[in-house]
Write a protein that binds this ligand. Sequence first.
Ligand code: ATP
Length: 231
Amino acid sequence: MLELRGITAGYDTGTVLRNVDLIVPDSSVVALIGPNGAGKTTLLRVASGLLKPTGGQIILDGVDVTGRPTEDLARRGICHVPEGRGVFPGLSVADNVRLQAPPQVDKRAMARAAEAFPRLGERATQLAGTMSGGEQQMLALAHTYVSDPSIVLLDEVSMGLAPKIVSEIFEFLEGLARSGKSLLLVEQYVARALEFADYVYILNRGRITFAGEPGELSESAVAESYLGASR
Ligand SMILES: Nc1ncnc2c1ncn2[C@@H]1O[C@H](COP(=O)(O)OP(=O)(O)OP(=O)(O)O)[C@@H](O)[C@H]1O
């Protein structure tokens, strides 16, 4: 279980997150939604250790891991798929997959990636940067299968992709969830994310304005939280 307790964080330009509490229970899907600039990406960066919070704690399976480096959190089972895919465009698909894999699965890494997305298997020698946007996203997502994490942080993984590819990606994520992994999902397709999620948090201007089950959330509450941000 991942617990973010009273997280305050930001950049040189100012504080973005203020006293944020969020829990990702074991084997559950948590959706984090909110308007542009609310701080969703910043919160995922804190959760994976890429950004150190200025206040609060990160508790992973009961251990306080606040301030630990991102490699340490990765070893403890956190896998972050960042916004914008994060593949190495000048390397082949197979080399990208090998780089993502922990040493113990290195030799089986490409076979596992192809199990997750057969299209990657057909394109093992192609340079990642020459693949379509959807294929590059599959490559980034293969990481979540190959490295066998317990908690997966997903930042707008369907962004800018055709509906058919988005469906394929959601099917993959549903498979991950069924296999017992926990997901923390930042997603622009709010309705789809809510359908899939066990719990939902709304973040608005760096504060949590709703935490609960999707069924407790009315459409008007979602709309209000988004519209509220632009006032
Ligand atoms: N590296 C950075 N340096 C300075 N400010 C940043 C940095 N990254 C993000 N910010 C600022 O922090 C605030 C929150 O950004 P963040 O990307 O976390 O929001 P978001 O909810 O993910 O937005 P979006 O839905 O548009 O991706 C914004 O005002 C943004 O300009």
